[in-house]
Design a protein around this ligand. Sequence first.
Ligand code: GLU
Length: 289
Amino acid sequence: MPKLMQPVFRFAPSPNGYLHLGHAYSALMNADAARRMGGRFLLRIEDIDTTRCKPELVQACLDDLAWLGLEWPEPVLRQSEHFARYRAVASELERRNLVYPCFCTRSEIAQAADGALRDPDGAPVYPGTCRSLSPEERQVRLDAGVPHALRLDMAAALAEIGDRSLDWHEASGERLETITTIRTRPEKWGDVVLVRKECPTSYHLSVVLDDALQGVTHVVRGTDLYAATAIHRVLQSVLGLPVPVYHHHALIRDDDGRKLAKSAASKPLRDLRAEGIIPQDIRRQLGFA
Ligand code: GLU
């Protein structure tokens, strides 16, 4: 008899500010689903942006989640402690010609981009300027130490993947038992950044590597990351990583319908706590039993 796989969930905040109700919702969704399904709940700190994710914000994040009543196994994976691992994978992708150095500045991209061509997040699609640099031009700039990012060569990656499926399973229901197969259109993203200029990785690269490393079977996160899943599927495919099931939950919005993260009214959990709100109030307000 095959051993049934224990579900593994994770909450993966980027502590570049204090956690608010939207974070609490996502964390509780994961922890409750893990409990209902007899699974594990992991915490991962996505602090690759070491200038914005200050140690005191990381600590505040851990305190707020503990205050909410969440528990997780230690040690917690902190992405800032894993740069060497991400760098090694980026080098492998470089050797396979699936990424290329991009020296463009933000304003150069804005000028060169076709304004009508937007990625699923609404940003201009990278026009591919540095993809067509000759090896000599590239080397001159590298030797001169011009700062560069590494971009995924999306067309090359899709060619390598060939007819392997890039679909994903979007799950819903009490025990995430209802599955819908989602078709992806990753080419709509263009050549996304996999290694930023100022940091040896990017959200997309680290998230797929760490979900695999931690054996995550169910990724439960907000719908703001729904479209990015297409990029994650491409990376999982070229890197030979397992594919988790996904559930993208609705975002908590403020009274005016704005996304909480962008809203002036989004109060940090710690302020609510200081006002005497208790975790049960938060659970009730967010619709958890
Ligand atoms: N760190 C990401 C964020 O806080 C979430 C990553 C994920 O759940 O895939 O927006």
